[in-house]
Design a protein around this ligand. Sequence first.
Ligand SMILES: Cc1cc2nc3c(=O)[nH]c(=O)nc-3n(C[C@H](O)[C@H](O)[C@H](O)COP(=O)(O)OP(=O)(O)OC[C@H]3O[C@@H](n4cnc5c(N)ncnc54)[C@H](O)[C@@H]3O)c2cc1C
Ligand SMILES: NC(=O)c1ccc[n+]([C@@H]2O[C@H](COP(=O)([O-])OP(=O)(O)OC[C@H]3O[C@@H](n4cnc5c(N)ncnc54)[C@H](OP(=O)(O)O)[C@@H]3O)[C@@H](O)[C@H]2O)c1
Ligand SMILES: Cc1cc2nc3c(=O)[nH]c(=O)nc-3n(C[C@H](O)[C@H](O)[C@H](O)COP(=O)(O)O)c2cc1C
Length: 588
Amino acid sequence: MLPEHAPFTTDQRLALDSLIAGLNPVQRGWLSGFLAASGSVAAVSAPVSAGKLTVLYGTESGNSEVLADRAVKAAKKRGFQANMKNMSEFSPADLAKSPSLLVIVSTWGDGEPPETAISFYKEFMSADVSLAKVSYSVCGLGDTAYEKFCQVGKDFDARLEGLGASRVFARQDCDVDYEDSFTTWLEGSLTALAPASAVPVAEVAVAGYSSSTVEYGKKNPFPSEVLESVLLNGEGSSKETLHLEFSLASSGLSYEPGDALAVVPVNAPDTIKAVLGAAKLTGNEEIELKGGEIKLLADALREDFDITALSRAVLTKLADACDSAALRELLADDAKERLKEFNHGREIIDALLEFAPNGLSAAALVGIFRKLPPRLYSIASSQLAHPDEVHLTVAAVRYETHGRKRKGVCSTFLADLVKSGDAVSLFVQPNKNFRLPADPATPIIMVGPGTGVAPFRAFVEHRAASGASGKNWLFFGDQHYTYDFLYQLEWQEQLKEGVLTKLDVAFSRDQPEKVYVQDRMIQQAEELYQWLEAGAHFYVCGDANRMASDVHEALVTVVQTQAGLTHEAAESYVENLKKTKRYQRDVY
Ligand SMILES: Cc1cc2nc3c(=O)[nH]c(=O)nc-3n(C[C@H](O)[C@H](O)[C@H](O)COP(=O)(O)OP(=O)(O)OC[C@H]3O[C@@H](n4cnc5c(N)ncnc54)[C@H](O)[C@@H]3O)c2cc1C
Ligand SMILES: NC(=O)c1ccc[n+]([C@@H]2O[C@H](COP(=O)([O-])OP(=O)(O)OC[C@H]3O[C@@H](n4cnc5c(N)ncnc54)[C@H](OP(=O)(O)O)[C@@H]3O)[C@@H](O)[C@H]2O)c1
Ligand SMILES: Cc1cc2nc3c(=O)[nH]c(=O)nc-3n(C[C@H](O)[C@H](O)[C@H](O)COP(=O)(O)O)c2cc1C
């Protein structure tokens, strides 16, 4: 949809919106290429110099980096000498040299900075530097489903102000559907930093499209055919882990080992039925979507909206929609702990049943939802080994809370609703922070319990297909050897062929006491340390809540005991591995 500030009359804007909405991706690509070629969109003239601008970003899964790149391009069009800087390569002292500063940073873990921004964040929060000459604005990326929504953006904003910098434009806290809010923020920030340079960002963005071929990506996911879906666990297992293969034929999509695939799910029929029941609606009501499209409510609940994830943002909108005093009380500033407790294990349906017992109108119901976000999955294949395919390893999320059976939207969409031959919308989300060593002779150590093994299947396949000579050591863990040894035959084959140099497994529930991958690391401490000293890169993938920190501690212990260091010195050895990109994590 064209933004309201686009340089058109309302009638023109509506006519263009309706025309564009009716075009398919090929037609859109052709039209933008045609306009570019005919010079129709080259009318943005470079304005007077607007000075130096630093766009500082902190990212884990790449969104902030993409937006920083867009910010730099838009700023250059306005005459700024703009540069983008990754927080991983920036110091607080550099900030004082940045008279105009835009910060774009995401939040991870439980309100924490992205992995690659942790050092900068720590230094910055305790830095003693005057930023009196710096003008800035912050854009935080986050997800309202998390309690500490955009916490890191908030922290940067407050700290910059505390160090004397001048906020020229209000911070923007972006949810997962950040397109409009980011554009508004960028437009406002650039105008505030150099008012004379004003060129609408949307105009610049439009001028950027010149390709006449269809490009698949976040804005235009590829409808990929499902080639295969296989349950990896044996009968009797309490796990449900799928191996999925998708076709990339004629998509033009490419990926590297370490990248993730974003899958665009739809909501399940029983979830939709339950939400409709709670709202006392049939699904046959017509509703209007943001771009003006009219849809049946049931279809919109299936394809467009996040109808499950409960958050303060959803409850705030619901409080208005159902005018509930009890809900307003729960949302009060002094009831944060009560709200956290209420949200735990509950979904939107629970809130509807509790606070809107008389139901809602169709318009009011869709008014409380946000857009259905895609989910990321670590890619489990190498494109060298499977040129036209991409593979995933997906654990179906199913649990029961507050007397109701629950299921994860995307993992069970893939497990229950998708079969071979179906089309699933997807796009590649590059992850530059999780990469094989540039030198193929460098040894690698991979720790990937459960679905954490996914990217390591890609790593090993890639090293085999490219003939890399470096040694490969995998630590894998899951509940039972008999049912849960994911990709067992492939690993055994690769061991036999010498592609996999070492494989250590930890089956947690095959004996009375738990055995985890970190226990195997400690048992192998001497050799593990030798590999590290020989330059090995160390990778961890899987559960962020407990496994990643336990494995980190085990790594420190290995270094401490083998090198005879103090705990502090071992910590700094490991920190140095991180800084030199020899210790990389992909945890979720
Ligand atoms: C970079 C990255 C890579 C990833 N790679 C993989 C991968 O390779 N394989 C894989 O399977 N997943 C992977 N994930 C996780 C994946 O993106 C999804 O988060 C996962 O599939 C769940 O999504 P869903 O839509 O099924 O569940 P959702 O509908 O999003 O529901 C999940 C939510 O349910 C709640 N929940 C879950 N279990 C419980 C419980 N027991 N009690 C109470 N509440 C609970 C939590 O709030 C949780 O956030 C990755 C995530 C990231 C960020
Ligand atoms: N964000 C989400 O919604 C989402 C969705 C899917 C998965 N995940 C995360 O991704 C992880 C991968 O899921 P998965 O089902 O494939 O595997 P998993 O639950 O991580 O289990 C794999 C193995 O790791 C073990 N384990 C448990 N705690 C550990 C620890 N502290 N250190 C090392 N190993 C530990 C498990 O043992 P036991 O089971 O015997 O304890 C099991 O043997 C999950 O743990 C989950 O946190 C998140
Ligand atoms: C495991 C995980 C933890 C997250 N934790 C938070 C959080 O605490 N607060 C928040 O606002 N967003 C959180 N997010 C959402 C991310 O900030 C959001 O996806 C963002 O767009 C990522 O941007 P990036 O690709 O630049 O890192 C989390 C996402 C994941 C996958």
